[in-house]
Design a protein around this ligand. Structure first.
Ligand code: NDP
Length: 285
């Protein structure tokens, strides 16, 4: 008796511009292969003016989900049917999942950061946090740490307006005690800080010699120092913090976990994080 085969692949992918160097597809494809799933991750250049048409296209082609990167993370909100509460607070979506005919906007960046903290294991509940930066990554991390019960969050940023808006927003929307400090020179990390996060782009390849200006004498053993930079995984910032006796956490883990959370949202399967981690490590040499 002949048996019908299905050659139909499930589709997910990423929309961005520029996007050619985005390595997410390598990690997701490795995960699909590891679980023997007939899924494809397509890395697609979508210009800002074409986002509405691209979302309509993914609906028409029954994509199971999509990642969004620059410049679409905020603009995409108006094209979706529903926004997850934390993505609404962050004001940006990096992952869309399909719920029947509905497209739901999620943000897995901050969740990925939390998951990498929990893997140490570190519970952010009741902890005092300092976040360097107030851009998209900083916002996602700050909101998830606030929702996870961090007791106090200080935002340190070069642009006063952006930094203050993030700190005020955390206090207003989540109710977390937060304040803002302008980043004027070598930042002294306040006594009692338990988690310090570099959420700026300082140190990202190819600018790998650059280090966020903090007074490393104020970093103490027992402090958890994190970097969002995935490439290189071991930044100079983390190396200097480690010399001071801090526990460090790199941005590669956050990148793997944010992808793993999206993978599970799309496929309903647990993500093979070790396979994904290995695939990205190979990309970053
Ligand atoms: P944004 O452009 O939204 O924000 C950049 C932030 O860095 C701003 O706060 C900006 O300050 C600050 N900054 C940049 N250069 C300097 C400088 N020379 N001195 C002081 N502050 C500076 O970027 P994103 O938040 O989207 O991304 C930031 C980094 O996070 C990127 O390197 C990205 O690769 C990484 N990332 C990592 C993820 C992961 O999974 N590991 C996920 C998402 C992002 P100002 O407001 O004053 O301009």
């Amino acid at each position: 008796m002949s048996q019908a085969n299905s050659y139909l692949a499930e589709l997910v992918g990423a929309f961005g511009d520029p996007i050619a160097e985005n390595p997410t597809g390598v990690m997701q494809e490795a995960a699909f292969r590891a679980l023997d799933l007939n899924w494809r991750y397509l890395t697609i250049e979508v210009h800002a003016a074409d986002l509405a048409a691209a979302v309509a296209g993914m609906r028409a082609m029954n994509f199971r989900g999509i990642n969004l990167t620059i410049p679409h993370k905020v603009e995409v909100l108006r094209h979706l049917d529903e926004i997850a509460p934390d993505a609404g607070l962050i004001g940006a979506v990096n992952t869309v999942r399909r719920d029947g005919d509905r497209l739901v906007g999620e943000n897995t960046d901050g969740k990925g950061f939390l998951r990498s903290l929990q893997a140490v294991p570190i519970d952010p509940r009741g902890r005092r946090v300092v976040i360097l930066g107030a851009g998209g990554a900083a916002k996602a991390i700050a909101v998830e740490l606030a929702l996870a019960g961090a007791s106090h969050i200080t935002v340190v940023n070069r642009s006063v307006e952006r930094g203050r808006a993030l700190a005020d927003g955390l206090a207003r929307t989540v109710g977390t005690a937060s304040d803002f400090e302008p980043w004027v020179s070598s930042h002294r990390v306040p006594d009692g800080t338990e988690i310090l996060v570099n959420a700026t782009s300082i140190g990202l390849f190819p600018g790998i010699e650059a280090v966020p200006e903090v007074d490393f004498a104020t970093i103490r053993p027992g402090m958890v120092v994190c970097d969002v930079i995935p490439n290189p995984p071991r930044t100079r910032f983390l190396a200097l913090a480690e010399e001071r006796g801090a526990t460090t956490l790199d941005g590669l883990g956050m990148l793997v976990y944010q992808g793993a959370i999206a993978f599970t949202m799309w496929t309903g399967r647990e993500a093979p994080t070790d396979v994904m981690h290995r695939a990205l490590r190979e990309v970053f040499g």
